[in-house]
Design a protein around this ligand. Structure first.
Ligand code: PMP
Length: 281
């Protein structure tokens, strides 16, 4: 029986309960993180916890649990649930209070986490995925990893209904990011992604891809690109903690070049896996 962690205790998932007055439920007033587990070990959890601290600070929720304690909880969830390859999800909400929009005076954050198995190394999507373009309908602080995600729910539902794996969100044709991923193109050997700003999430995988590209001598340009440029690019790929790097071979109904994974995309995915193995073995 899967075990989760809720407010300091490990409990069976089916017994974990949160109040209907939790502000995460009422307002989406919370933040979250998702870290990969490979070889039974957390990958880059330290970086995810730094970002958690930033998200919490940005919306004024006290960070009551030190990173070392989170690491212990996350690793124990992976181990106790037998997750060798998969993910750990964690969420912090502002807590439980009478429904009123401003911050409650006295409130204790709600914290929980759980683990799930997922194929990462042998991800069947590594042969290439299709993206569907949708207008980005989100707010102005997409750098906060908030659980308020109705726009992404609708974007990713539109993608799925259209037979696509992920949404390519754009503002008047300028690509922001995927529904739950960062997006990249490659032209003439140069890798390009949108620069960090409040328009996108600072993906942990994005950071690692930048580091791997630098280490491999692959030039990188942090500049926004359009949907049209993505469709006409030599290569396109997406990155996220639980998909690593996946080739994008179709956008809407247009094949990206030959409709096959690009060479640099495959090289970066291999480098990502190599690093991930090294850090988790
Ligand atoms: N952008 C958005 C909107 C996301 O939800 C995610 C996944 N959390 C990402 C980018 C990728 O971030 P990471 O590499 O940290 O998973």
């Amino acid at each position: 029986m899967p075990v989760c962690w809720l407010n300091g205790s490990f409990v069976a998932e089916q017994d974990a309960q949160v109040s209907i007055f939790d502000r995460g439920l009422l307002f989406g007033d919370g933040v979250y993180e998702v870290a990969a587990v490979l070889n039974g070990t957390l990958l880059d959890a330290d970086r995810h916890l730094v970002r958690l601290g930033r998200s919490l600070a940005a919306i004024g929720i006290p960070n009551t649990q030190p990173a070392a304690a989170w690491l212990g909880v996350m690793q124990q969830l992976a181990t106790d649930n037998g997750v060798r390859e998969g993910l750990v999800y964690l969420q912090v909400t502002r807590g439980v209070a009478e429904r009123d929009f401003p911050f409650p005076a006295h409130v204790t954050p709600t914290m929980f986490a759980y683990a799930r198995p997922k194929l990462l190394r042998a991800d069947p999507n590594a042969s290439g995925v299709r993206l569907l373009t949708v207008p980005d309908m989100r707010w102005n602080r997409c750098d906060i990893k908030s659980t308020s995600m109705l726009a992404q729910v609708l974007a990713k539902q539109a993608a799925r209904a259209g037979g696509a794996f992920e949404a390519m969100m754009h503002e008047d044709g300028l690509v922001t990011e995927g529904g739950s991923s960062n997006l990249w193109i490659v032209n003439d050997g140069v890798v390009q992604t949108r620069p960090l700003s409040s328009d996108i999430l600072a993906g942990i995988t994005r950071d690692v891809v930048l580091e791997l590209a630098h280490a491999a001598g692959v030039p990188v340009r942090e500049r926004a690109f359009t949907v049209a440029q993505a469709k006409a690019a030599d290569e396109c790929f997406m990155s996220s903690a639980t998909s690593f790097i996946l080739p994008v071979t179709t956008i809407d109904h247009d094949a990206v070049r030959a409709g096959a994974p690009g060479a640099i995309t495959q090289r970066l995915r291999a480098a990502y896996l190599e690093r991930a193995d090294r850090l988790t073995q």
